[in-house]
Write a protein that binds this ligand. Structure first.
Ligand code: SF4
Ligand code: SF4
Length: 357
């Protein structure tokens, strides 16, 4: 296993980290905890969970596994989405108790949606309460997670409150997030990438992602992980593991890891542009829209419609869970055509917005 320094925290983190949101049998505490223990034996030392994962079972599973491990053999992160200081504190204390640790190594201010949400969390006391808990030693390091686009998130990071950031970054959405990854790199803070496998879309659609393969990564899972880890600012790729086989596959993928050089990265970028012909790359050049439709978010959701062969529920889930957008706003398009003139992929944006659920 390879390890990288987590920003300026003084901690070295495995480049593959364990996400506790996809246990295949979350009701079976023993079996699920064994999955985590297996990962630890393979050299993974960073374990990420959250209160509501797996029907609210994930933190208990983690706690069950952690009680069988020496404390110095793992780092744990969990999350708080509460806006008020009081509620954040309650959530944190519950997590500590369920995880069976005296300190959460990394606590995330969870799921910052937009600049207004960020302001609200500050005004309502969540950030102050988290910093206070850090002073008390209940938290090792404070981080944030976000689905904001790169520039908005960069402004949050500029405030230098957080020692690391968790964001989605993969071969599908990287143009949308690149600015934040680069900003984090400049600040020298830790970067954890979620959804390195596109929420399962990459392994489920190997033909679409075959262009990612290289001499050292001849399957799309290995290739997607190597794509992620080739970015020098990225500390670790967080993978939601369902079982032991998935862990072994991911660990094997980084065993043969050689970062892409600049030339290979340029080549890959070109391949992505060609192979994603017909897909929204999230570049944002279509904006602004006169009626303020966040076009890249809807067009990303349309990508899911293509990749899931028309599964409209998957799109609705993407709106709600990933982007916090509603079906209604897409219908407000006045068909002015400005976005289509600017779209780098020449996509029929107006038609796609109309087809979305
Ligand atoms: S065509 Fe629709 S989505 Fe595009 S800029 Fe005009 S109003 Fe916005
Ligand atoms: S719709 Fe076109 S311009 Fe807008 S983000 Fe997607 S690819 Fe880029």
């Amino acid at each position: 296993m390879l390890y990288r320094p987590f920003g300026k925290t003084g901690k070295n983190i495995s480049v593959i980290s364990f996400g506790g949101m996809r246990f295949s049998t979350p009701k079976n505490l023993e079996k699920s905890a064994d999955t985590l223990l297996h990962a630890q034996q393979q050299g993974i030392n960073y374990f990420d969970t959250a209160p509501i994962y797996c029907g609210d079972r994930s933190e208990d599973i983690f706690g069950h596994a952690f009680r069988q491990l020496p404390r110095e053999s793992f780092y744990v992160s969990t999350k708080c989405s509460q806006a008020t200081g009081e509620n954040l504190r309650k959530s944190l204390e519950r997590s500590l108790q369920r995880l069976g640790v005296e300190q959460i190594d990394f606590l995330y201010i969870w799921h910052l949606m937009n600049p207004e949400d960020w302001e609200n969390r500050q005004q309502q006391g969540a950030i102050e309460a988290a910093l206070q808990a850090k002073e008390e030693g209940l938290i090792g390091h404070l981080l944030c997670s976000s689905h904001m686009e790169g520039e908005g998130l960069s402004k949050v990071l500029d405030e230098e409150i957080f020692e690391g950031v968790l964001l989605g970054y993969n071969a599908i959405n990287f143009p949308y997030r690149r600015a934040a990854v680069e900003q984090a790199g400049k600040q020298g803070i830790g970067v954890v990438t979620m959804n390195p496998l596109g929420g399962g879309l990459i392994p489920q659609n190997p033909e679409h992602f075959a262009f990612l393969k290289t001499a050292t990564a001849n399957d799309v899972v290995s290739a997607a992980l190597q794509f992620n880890l080739s970015h020098p600012a990225i500390t670790t790729a967080l993978v939601g593991f369902a079982d032991i086989q998935e862990i072994d596959q991911a660990v094997a993928a980084v065993d043969s890891f050689i970062p892409y050089n600049k030339e290979q990265q340029r080549e890959l970028q070109k391949n992505i542009e060609v192979s994603f012909n017909g897909f929204c790359t999230g570049c944002g050049y279509c904006l602004p829209c006169p009626v303020d439709i966040p076009i890249p978010k809807y067009l990303d959701s349309y990508n899911q419609l293509i990749l899931t062969n028309g599964n409209r529920q998957a799109v609705l889930d993407r709106y709600r869970m990933h982007w916090n957008i509603t079906p209604q706003q897409a219908k407000e398009c006045i068909a002015c055509g400005a976005c289509e003139e600017r779209c780098t992929q020449h996509l029929p944006i107006i038609q796609r917005l109309a087809e979305l659920p």
